[in-house]
Write a protein that binds this ligand. Structure first.
Ligand SMILES: CCCCCCCC/C=C\CCCCCCCC(=O)SCCNC(=O)CCNC(=O)[C@H](O)C(C)(C)COP(=O)(O)OP(=O)(O)OC[C@H]1O[C@@H](n2cnc3c(N)ncnc32)[C@H](O)[C@@H]1OP(=O)(O)O
Length: 158
C-alpha cells in the first residue's frame, strides 16, 4: 500500500465496515482517494458478484457508491476546514439516504471506477453524487446524503 486512502484514516473502531473497513477480512475493502475536486475508488468485482451471467450484482454497485460517498463526505469535511484527516475534532458520517439509478447493466470482469463529487455541505448533512464507470461507460449514478454520526452511535467518542 502506498498512498493512504480515506478509509486508512478511520479510527480502528470504524475500520470494520463490510464495504470499506480495512480490518474486515470478509469485506470489500473499498478505498477512496482525491483526484482534484473528485474522489475516486477503483474496484474489481469477483466472478461471484454477479446478478446474471456477465453482469454485476446491483447491490454491490450500491455498496460501492455508499461507502465511497460516505468516505468522501468525511474527507470533504476535513478539507473544508483545511485540516488533516485524523485531527480533532473528528468528523464521522453515516448513510442517511442512498439512491442509485442503474442506467446500463454493469459488465463483470474488469475494474470499475467510482467517481464522486460533493454537491453540498449543509450543517450535519453532506450530499455526494457519484458515477460508476465500466469499460468507459457510466453504468450507474448515485446520490448519497451522509449525516454526521450522532454521539450515541460513535464508538470513538472524543
Ligand atoms: C480522509 C478522510 C478521513 C476520514 C476519517 C473519518 C472516519 C469516519 C467516517 C466515517 C465512518 C464510516 C464507516 C462506514 C459507513 C459506511 C456507510 C454505512 O453503511 S452507515 C450504516 C447505514 N446507516 C445507518 O445505519 C444510519 C441509521 N440512521 C440514523 O442513525 C439516523 O437516522 C441518522 C443519524 C441518519 C439521522 O438521525 P437524526 O435524524 O436523529 O439526526 P439529526 O441530527 O436530527 O439530523 C441531522 C440532519 O440530517 C437530516 N436527515 C436525517 N436523515 C435523513 C435522510 N434519510 N435524508 C435526508 N436528510 C436526513 C435531518 O433532517 C437533519 O437535517 P437538518 O440538520 O435539520 O437540516
Amino acid at each position: 500500500m502506498s498512498e493512504k486512502s480515506f478509509q486508512d484514516y478511520y479510527p480502528e473502531s470504524l475500520q470494520h465496515c463490510y464495504g470499506c473497513g480495512p480490518k474486515n477480512p470478509e469485506g470489500h475493502h473499498i478505498r477512496s482517494f482525491w483526484e482534484g475536486e473528485e474522489s475516486v475508488a477503483r474496484f474489481t468485482p469477483k466472478e461471484y458478484h454477479l446478478a446474471f451471467p456477465g453482469y454485476v450484482y446491483g447491490g454491490l454497485v450500491a455498496s460501492l457508491v455508499d461507502c465511497h460517498c460516505v468516505g468522501t463526505a468525511a474527507a470533504a469535511a476535513y478539507r473544508a476546514e483545511g485540516r488533516e484527516p485524523g485531527t480533532n475534532p473528528p468528523f464521522r458520517y453515516v448513510t442517511g439516504s442512498l439512491h442509485v439509478d442503474y442506467l446500463l447493466p454493469t459488465p463483470l470482469g474488469g475494474e470499475l471506477e467510482i467517481r464522486a463529487r460533493v454537491e453540498e455541505i449543509k450543517g450535519k448533512k453532506t450530499i455526494v453524487t457519484a458515477s460508476v464507470i465500466a469499460e468507459g461507460k457510466v453504468t450507474a449514478k448515485g446520490r448519497v446524503i451522509a449525516i454526521r454520526m450522532p454521539e450515541h452511535l460513535r464508538p470513538d467518542p472524543g
